[in-house]
Write a protein of this length. Structure first.
Length: 208
C-alpha cells in the first residue's frame, strides 16, 4: 500500500526513554551522593520537556499556513479524504462524484493510524495492519467507481494526518468521513480546526 508508515519508531523512542529513566533511578537509589539525585531530578525535567514538546507538536501541528494549495490548472477534482477506516464506500463515492460535477476525480485517501496505547507499547501492529487493509479496500472500491484514488496511512492525530496529506497532494477540498468509530474526532473539534487552518472547503460525510 502506498505511503504506509509503521508506528514502530515511536515504540523505540518510548523504550529508550524508559531505559534512560530507569538507569537514572537505579543510579540515584544505589548511590549515596546528592549528585546522583540531582542528576535524577534533572533527567526527569529533560524527559518531561521532551515529552511535552512532542505532544505539543502533534496537537498544534497546523495544516499549512492558511494559504490555499495551488492545484494544477486542469479539469480534475482533487479532494483530500480523511477516513477512520474502511466502510461506507458507496456514500463516499457518491459524495465525491457529486462534488466533481462531471469532472474527473483524483483523491488521496488518508487514514490516521489506529492503535491502542498497549499496541504502541508492545509494538503490536494488528490494528494498524487491519486498518491498512481496510484503507486499501476503500481505495479499490473508489477506483471501481471511476475515481482515481491512492491510499496513505497517516499520523494518529487526524489534523496532523491532514497536514501531511496536503504537503504531498494539491487538494482543492478536504472531505472528512465520520462514523461511530470516529465520534472523538467531532468531540475534539477536528472539522472546526481544519476549517480554521485551511483556505479550502472542508465537508463531512457520515457513513454507517
Amino acid at each position: 500500500m502506498a505511503g504506509k508508515r509503521s508506528p514502530g519508531f515511536l515504540v523505540v523512542l518510548m523504550v529508550a526513554a524508559a531505559v534512560v529513566w530507569g538507569g537514572l533511578l537505579f543510579w540515584a537509589a544505589t548511590s549515596a551522593t546528592a549528585l546522583a539525585w540531582i542528576a535524577f531530578v534533572v533527567g526527569n525535567i529533560v524527559l518531561a520537556g521532551l515529552a511535552f514538546a512532542l505532544w505539543a507538536r502533534r496537537r498544534d501541528a497546523s495544516v499549512p499556513g492558511g494559504a490555499a494549495p495551488n492545484p494544477p490548472a486542469d479539469d480534475v477534482y482533487r479532494p483530500l479524504v480523511i477516513v477512520n477506516s474502511g466502510g461506507g464506500v458507496a456514500a463516499l463515492s457518491a459524495q465525491l462524484l457529486r462534488s466533481a460535477d462531471g469532472r474527473r476525480a483524483e483523491a488521496l485517501v488518508v487514514a490516521p493510524a489506529i492503535a491502542s496505547k498497549l499496541d504502541w507499547l508492545t509494538g503490536d501492529q494488528t490494528a494498524y495492519d487491519r486498518a491498512a487493509a481496510e484503507l486499501d479496500a476503500t481505495v479499490a472500491a473508489l477506483r471501481a467507481a471511476g475515481i482515481d484514488a491512492r491510499a496513505r496511512m497517516g499520523a494518529s492525530d487526524p489534523v496532523q494526518a491532514a497536514a501531511d496529506g496536503l504537503r504531498e497532494f494539491s487538494a482543492e477540498a478536504i472531505v472528512v468521513v465520520t462514523n461511530a468509530n470516529s465520534e472523538s474526532w467531532l468531540e475534539e473539534g477536528m472539522i472546526e480546526t481544519l476549517q480554521e487552518r485551511t483556505a479550502i472547503p472542508v465537508t463531512q460525510v457520515v457513513v454507517e
